[in-house]
Design a protein around this ligand. Structure first.
Ligand code: X2X
Length: 345
């Protein structure tokens, strides 16, 4: 009798332990905190988009998923071209990343960096919100990450410390910091400039010391990072390239969440992406373009190209466009050109 009771107690204890450990597994499958990588933090639209995403997730999962922001790609020591590999390897759990920075690993992402492919915001939307965007997401899925939504860094305009740029000839010999993909080096070489590839972390001191004369980035950065204080006195708006952002999660992390939480994270990315895109375009889509006025207010000369002037830059880069078409994928480029031609303006 006594033995039987002891045995029963033991069985009950074992069952209780089993249940406890099952609970424990379910809980440890969720990390206490997830690491979200960004290049530009708040208050820039990029970083704000990341923060909105993190906040929405925390709120909608009642704190089951907590996210910490790592701006300046600090999880990979500022080396933004390694972000995609780090994301696949799990050094980074999730990211809002630029197509440019991931393009060394995912060659299709060079699509958006083809010079003068996208003439206006409707053209960007025609790609990201249509079949081309879906195809690119499928490619990313195959590369082992889970893409959830699009955001936008923006049209990359040219700034420099030397003079107004109106023609490719004006860029001759000018030292320009370029980012990520070798496509950018080819484009600036085609203009006759002297491009130097470096991370954004290295770019700011290089501008400040005069090691480089200029750079290209969305104008939203200008007032926030006070680019006039690092010598950038001339801006040319040429709208040659815009980089979308992608909200993405590491595959294993995503799979570790319940279906309901996965759906929350996805919807939060879509909502944050829409808000982020609106912030990225603020000041640039209104007819009087208040952001250009704000930049000019810092004593900066803002040069807006005439269609003919812009066309000289387009023509100079046609060979680069043709060369990179095959790297991106001839079919994907053709689909993009078709979607842009059919866009609603
Ligand atoms: O490095 C850049 O120029 C930046 C901040 O725009 C990107 O990360 C693509």
């Amino acid at each position: 009798m006594k033995l039987r009771r002891t045995l029963l107690t033991l069985v009950a204890a074992a069952a209780a332990l089993g249940a406890m450990s099952m609970n424990a597994t379910a809980q440890t499958a969720y990390k206490a905190e997830y690491r979200l990588s960004l290049v530009l933090g708040p208050p820039l639209p990029w970083g704000t988009g990341g923060k909105i995403w993190a906040d929405l997730i925390k709120e909608r999962t009642q704190g089951r998923i907590n996210i910490k922001l790592y701006p300046g790609v600090s999880l990979i020591q500022g080396d933004q071209t390694r972000e995609f590999s780090a994301l696949r390897q799990g050094v980074i759990d999730m990211a809002v990343g630029s197509t440019i920075n991931w393009s060394p690993q995912v060659k299709e992402l060079n699509l958006f960096s083809l010079p003068f492919l996208m003439p206006d915001y409707a053209a960007i939307d025609a790609l990201t919100q249509g079949d081309v965007g879906r195809k690119i997401f499928q490619t990313l899925e195959k590369s082992g990450v889970v893409p959830l939504a699009w955001g936008e860094n923006g049209y990359r305009e040219l700034t420099n410390s030397k003079k107004p740029i109106r023609s490719p000839g004006d860029l001759k010999g000018m030292k320009i910091r370029v980012v990520g993909s070798p496509l950018f080096a080819d484009t600036f070489t085609a203009f006759g400039a002297n491009p130097t590839q470096m991370s954004w972390a290295d770019a700011q001191p290089a501008l400040s010391s005069g090691a480089v004369d200029g750079q290209e980035n969305p104008l939203q950065l200008f007032p926030v990072l006070k680019l006039h204080n690092v010598g950038q006195k001339f801006v040319t708006t040429w709208g040659y390239v815009a980089d979308p952002l992608i909200f993405v999660v590491n595959r294993e992390i995503f799979d570790s969440w319940t279906k309901a939480d996965q759906a929350i994270v996805r919807q939060a990315a879509i909502d944050a992406g829409a808000q982020e895109i609106a912030l990225a375009r603020k000041g640039l889509i209104e007819t009087d373009k208040p952001l250009l006025k704000e930049v000019a207010g810092f004593g900066v000369t803002v040069t807006q190209l005439t269609p003919a002037e812009r066309d000289a830059f387009v023509q100079a880069t046609r060979p680069v466009y043709q060369k990179w078409k095959s790297t991106v994928g001839v079919d994907l480029v053709a689909a993009a050109e078709k979607a842009i031609a059919a866009r609603k303006k």
